[in-house]
Design a protein around this ligand. Structure first.
Ligand code: BG6
Length: 481
């Protein structure tokens, strides 16, 4: 398929997160993170968040794909595909094992020195997320995660140490991964991973929602302070926010459905609105006020938010969202999940994720119109079951189809709609542990890793058909799809 050529400096590559591939969960002084207490789940069964690491449970992130010891081999394969950029996170607990120490763990810092050096050896630009679902479990238990103002200081200390140490090795940063996931405050997994909050049994939805607005506010302040510190350390840094963007469609043309779609979108966009504009949007401010949530927001915080706005908007795109006012009217919207309807025009993945390539072009247009900032696609992809043939090959044409159709829409947004796009980093270029289900068999990679949900396999790496396809896409700068 013929695509459009992307600008010369366009960053083609891939994206991962430390906890989903590194393994070595307690090596070289690393502490326990919230991801380390999550058991394996499935498409039907949610992951359990346990109170510490319990005997007899399967915690897939503990060993993951052992990237900690295989990174040289893996980066070499990324280089072979022609990667210009590689997004990963710095595991907070490698640097500050409990999160509240004053001095960092040198061994943890050394690992990322080696990793970033390895990237640069091949001309691959590291793109780094500071907090990607990896908050230290000690902060969760002792401080209540981001419901506690003290956690701002812990995060900023961590950010400063990273900025300082890697100031000549990393230019592109993001503060909090998919900070807007917590708009689904009734989802325990999202609250734990976003904000380090474990709800106590019996908490009402209202209390959960209030906790979310408080935690989100402290994260905004932490992010803005980090941006300010980062700029002092290296004025050339590009520091972005990171959201899980999903354009919202009304199920029908009724005014209720259309208004509900707007309300839904406002409630989610709130997170990037604050990080880009440095102030709360009117709708959410009115909503918080009307519901009496009253988060602790000081005058000083408001100044910090204005001073620490982001340089670009990083986002993941997997699917669009369709809403219906059948169960919930626009003015009653609180739990977002109540509004979600199935889109009858779209196909779904084996995990029920709706496949909507045009939604990516729509996203790029919406975000450009809303923020007037450069955009960066830092996740996109299809989780699928792969079959390994007798000769070891994996014919993953379904993955190629998904990526090709999304890249084609992305290229139209750049070439026809004038979107300022920094790059495209599809999720999981190498198979890794699924964040949502903890599975290995929900695979995104161009590179197959021999390990299954039961933890069996020798961890050997091999190239899928999509590996050769993506290599060709990058070599042609997007023209040959
Ligand atoms: C995003 C996360 O939500 O989606 C990743 O930033 C995650 O960490 C990715 O892995 C895909 O989701 P899942 O549940 O299929 O791993």
């Amino acid at each position: 398929m013929q695509g459009y050529k992307m600008p010369n400096e366009f960053l083609w590559g891939g994206a991962v997160a430390a906890h989903q591939l590194e393994g070595a969960w307690n090596e070289d002084g690393k502490g326990m993170s919230v991801a380390d207490v999550m058991t394996v789940g499935s498409a039907e069964k949610p992951r359990e968040i346990t109170d510490g690491v319990l005997p007899g449970k399967n915690y897939p992130n503990h060993s993951a794909i052992d990237f900690y010891h295989h990174y040289k081999e893996d980066i070499k394969l990324f280089a072979e595909m022609g990667f210009k950029a590689f997004r990963t996170s710095i595991a907070w607990t490698r640097i500050f094992p409990n999160g509240d120490e004053l001095e960092p763990n040198e061994k943890g810092l050394e690992f990322y020195d080696k990793l970033f050096d390895e990237c640069h050896k091949y001309g691959i630009e590291p793109v780094v997320t500071l907090s990607h679902f990896e908050i230290p479990f000690h902060i969760v238990k002792e401080y209540g995660g981001f419901t506690n103002r003290k956690t701002i200081d812990f995060f900023v200390r961590f950010a400063k140490v990273c900025f300082d140490r890697y100031k000549d090795k990393v230019k592109y940063w993001m503060t909090f991964n998919e900070i807007d996931n917590q708009s689904s405050f009734d989802n325990d997994f999202l609250m734990a991973t976003n904000s380090g909050i474990l709800f106590t049994p019996g908490m009402t939805d209202r209390e959960k929602e209030a906790a979310m607005y408080q935690a989100a506010h402290y994260e905004f302040v932490a992010s803005a302070l980090a941006v300010k510190e980062g700029r002092k350390i290296n004025p050339n840094f590009q520091i972005g926010c990171m959201i899980n963007y999903s354009p919202v469609r009304p199920l029908t043309p009724s005014s209720d459905d259309v208004l509900l779609a707007d309300k839904f979108e406002q409630r989610r966009d709130f997170f990037s609105d604050v990080q880009v504009n440095g102030e709360y949007p009117k709708e959410v401010e009115a909503y918080i006020e009307r519901n009496g949530f009253r988060p602790d927001i000081t005058e000083e915080d408001k100044i910090v938010l204005k001073e620490g706005t982001v340089d670009y908007v990083g986002f993941s795109y997997y699917q669009s969202t369709t809403v219906s006012s059948e169960k919930v009217k626009p003015d009653e919207l609180s739990e977002l999940s109540e509004a979600i309807a199935k889109n009858p025009t779209l196909e779904r993945s084996a995990w029920g994720w709706e496949i909507d390539p045009e939604g990516l072009r729509i996203s790029l247009n919406h975000l450009t119109d809303r923020y007037h900032k450069p955009l960066f696609i830092v996740e996109n992809g299809l989780g699928a079951y792969d079959k390994v043939e007798d000769d070891g090959s994996v014919h993953d044409e379904y993955r190629i189809d998904y990526l090709r159709s999304h890249i084609a829409q992305m290229e139209k947004a750049v070439a026809l709609d004038g979107v300022d796009l920094m790059g495209y980093l599809p999720w999981g270029p190498i198979d890794l542990v699924s964040a949502g289900t903890g599975q290995m068999d929900k695979r995104y990679g161009f590179i197959y890793v021999n390990k299954n949900d039961a933890g069996e396999g020798d961890l050997s790496r091999s190239k899928k058909d999509s590996f050769y396809w993506y290599k060709k896409v990058i070599a042609s700068n997007g023209e040959d799809l």
